[in-house]
Write a protein of this length. Structure first.
Length: 187
């Protein structure tokens, strides 16, 4: 929401959110209702809040990265398309992607720290290697590498967008992907 051009990303973000909503509604038919505040720790609530906000910002960064790739390809191939012309410019989408990913890096880092606190308060261990934690840590490191490369070399454009999309894939595999496999495909 920092840039006016962020609103122009709704062309790509809208269909994604509609599909995500349909998947949530479809997958919620087989889930039992559980009270959220029934014996839940503050650490876990902070972990969930930080992780969800971070996931949302990684999503915005990934959508901006996708728009960067689409606009860049159209410019290089000299394709004129009304859909693509409504997207923000390549420089704007790169800026939105970097802002979204840098904010997400902070929130994902806090989510990981709060998750460690929740794990320690529950089991006495600091960390348990699961699919969720591994994918989340890989995404956190990849976003950090992307931001470091941008800081040191000015990395932008399609390569940065691809790294951002890869980080989004890792975060998506971390929780929604594992949840989908365990709750829908296996059960």
């Amino acid at each position: 929401l920092v840039f006016r051009d962020t609103i122009r990303l709704t062309i790509v973000l809208g269909p994604y959110l509609l599909l995500a909503l349909l998947l949530v509604v479809w997958s919620s038919t087989s889930v039992a209702e559980v009270s959220l505040l029934n014996g839940i720790s503050v650490w876990l609530l902070l972990h969930i809040a930080g992780s969800m906000l971070g996931y949302g910002l990684v999503t915005v960064g990934a959508i901006a990265g996708l728009a960067t790739i689409l606009r860049d390809r159209a410019l290089k191939q000299r394709i004129r398309n009304r859909f693509l012309e409504q997207l923000p410019s390549v420089s704007s989408t790169s800026r939105i992607e970097l802002l979204g990913l840098s904010s997400a890096e902070v929130l994902l880092g806090l989510g990981i720290l709060f998750g460690v606190g929740a794990e320690y308060s529950t089991t006495g261990q600091f960390f348990e290697f699961t699919h969720k934690s591994l994918f989340s840590l890989l995404a956190f490191v990849l976003i950090g590498v992307l931001l470091y490369l941008h800081l040191k070399s000015g990395l932008r454009g399609r390569f940065a967008a691809r790294l951002g999309l890869t980080a989004y894939l890792l975060v998506s595999l971390g929780y929604p992907g594992v949840k989908f496999v365990t709750d829908i495909l296996i059960s």
